[in-house]
Design a protein around this ligand. Structure first.
Ligand SMILES: C[S@@+](CC[C@H](N)C(=O)[O-])C[C@H]1O[C@@H](n2cnc3c(N)ncnc32)[C@H](O)[C@@H]1O
Length: 188
């Protein structure tokens, strides 16, 4: 097993795949942008479950850059900016807690969402203090980063040109997750 395969199998153990796949399976998307895709495990899952037809992952870490198959690829934001691609699903899956300036970061990608497109955001729920500090410790050890969460309410308030389509929470071990599916309000 190489490093990417090990990371993928660890992610699967603490990720609420069943709930999220059930939620997203109600839709079919032509094109997906996965911001902070890491190994590409989520892109691959969406593709295998036939929720998306094509996908691009964006990473800062070059070790993840690769063509996964004919329809899925991971590259840099700089390379994305050289294209005029738009997407009907944009995903932020556990990336926002790693970002300092979260709102401009989100807005920079939301520009690439097609009319009537959807945003899917999954992140760590800071509601329970014990879980919050457990996950912060996890990231301090494994990512050597002091992270800062964003709450569901902050996101919904910021994304005021979107309507909440679906949402959920799930705790796995001490990893407390929330997820939101938001749809762009077409006349705004
Ligand atoms: C916790 S991992 C999540 C990876 C993946 N989304 C998943 O669910 O398996 C966070 C990822 O965000 C990436 N990342 C951090 N800052 C970023 C940025 N400014 N732009 C794009 N990716 C970023 C990191 O390199 C890392 O792979």
């Amino acid at each position: 097993m190489n490093l990417i395969q090990i990371k993928k199998s660890l992610r699967k153990k603490i990720f609420p795949s069943d709930e999220i796949i059930t939620l997203l399976k109600k839709h079919n998307f032509k094109s997906c942008l996965d911001v902070g895709s890491g190994t590409g495990f989520f892109l691959e899952t969406l593709y295998e479950k036939e929720i998306i037809k094509t996908g691009v992952g964006i990473e800062v870490d070059e070790k993840y850059f690769r063509k996964i198959n004919k329809d899925l690829e991971i590259f840099s934001k700089e390379d994305l900016d050289k294209t005029n691609k738009t997407f009907d699903l944009i995903v932020f899956n556990d990336v926002l807690h790693h970002i300092d300036q979260k709102k401009p970061f989100i807005d920079d990608y939301v520009k690439l969402l097609s009319k009537d497109g959807y945003l899917f955001i999954k992140d760590m729920n800071p509601k329970n203090p014990f879980c919050k500090y457990f996950n912060r410790l996890h990231d301090l050890i494994f990512a050597q980063e002091i992270i800062k969460e964003i709450t569901q309410n902050e996101l919904v308030n910021h994304l005021n040109t979107f309507t909440l389509s679906d949402e959920g929470t799930k705790r796995i071990f001490l990893y407390d997750h929330y997820y939101l599916l938001l749809k762009r309000i077409s006349n705004r």
